[in-house]
Write a protein that binds this ligand. Structure first.
Ligand SMILES: [Zn+2]
Length: 259
């Protein structure tokens, strides 16, 4: 991939731009590969945010976390490995859950926020905070063999243009099962999207990966004028996330939802 000098913050729409500072929310199956890829792409500073500790069930798909790390905060485990491998990279770990009260400050303090979370309502909080602050975000999700990723820009479209509201019947990733390799693919794709502004204002590109058929398609998503967050005259409101749902609304077809 052709990239400008590390830390280049130009905002042109002609090619890849590496953000200087990125907050990664979630340091699990998506956040581990995404943080490695962002460090390789030349990001100067990473902030890792995750309230959880390493569990033995995480090890097969979260490569920063080793058996000796079980019981440690995920942010401490990941930050230690990143600092060791990239000595010039500034890494901050925050062992906390992102909330409606803290999200706005996190977005305003970084060039971009990467959504590597495992909860649908947290994903809507991140999308709404991106709309509110104008800081770009990169959505990502994996459920079973399907992966999704989309970069959210200042003027939309946002996640509510795609899914409208958090569905109530989405299983947790632990319930649904996650293919570790798919998490690696999606996390790496999210890091790439972090350096690739949307080529057309008001149009998002939803990347859909079918891990069973090994197909990859891109769906154009347009901002909805009646969107509750980024629509005409709307103002995004931050709401604390609920717990326990997974990342891809299983009953929602991106192709059907894309406008
Ligand atoms: Zn929207």
């Amino acid at each position: 991939m052709l990239a400008p000098a590390p830390g280049d913050r130009r905002r042109d729409r002609t090619g890849p731009v590496t953000p200087a500072s990125v907050a990664i929310v979630g340091v699990g199956g998506l956040g581990c590969p995404a943080s490695l890829a962002l460090a390789r792409l030349g990001v100067k500073a990473l902030t890792l945010i995750d309230p959880d500790v390493v569990d033995v069930s995480n090890l097969h798909r979260q490569p920063w976390h080793h058996p000796a790390d079980v019981g440690r905060p995920k942010v401490a485990s990941a930050a230690e490995k990143l600092r060791r491998q990239f000595p010039s990279l500034h890494v901050e770990g925050r062992c906390e859950r992102l909330t409606a009260a803290s999200a706005e400050a996190v977005f305003r303090a970084h060039d971009l926020v990467l959504d590597a979370t495992d909860g649908v309502s947290t994903k809507f909080l991140l999308s709404d905070a991106s709309v509110l602050t104008g800081t770009p975000a990169v959505y990502g999700g994996v459920l079973r063999f399907e992966g999704l990723a989309m970069r959210l820009e200042r003027h939309g479209p946002c996640l509510r243009c795609l899914f409208e509201s958090p569905p109530a019947d989405v299983p947790t990733c632990a319930e649904a099962g996650v293919l570790g390799a798919m998490a690696g693919v999606v996390g790496g794709l999210q890091a790439t999207l972090a350096c690739a502004p949307s080529p057309e204002a008001g149009v998002g590109l939803l990347h859909v990966i079918d891990g069973r058929e090994l197909t990859f398609r891109v769906v154009k998503v347009r901002r909805r004028p009646d969107c509750a967050a980024c629509g005409d005259g709307a103002r995004a409101v931050l709401v604390d996330p609920e717990e326990g749902s997974c990342s891809v609304p299983a009953s929602t077809s991106p192709a059907r939802s894309a406008r």
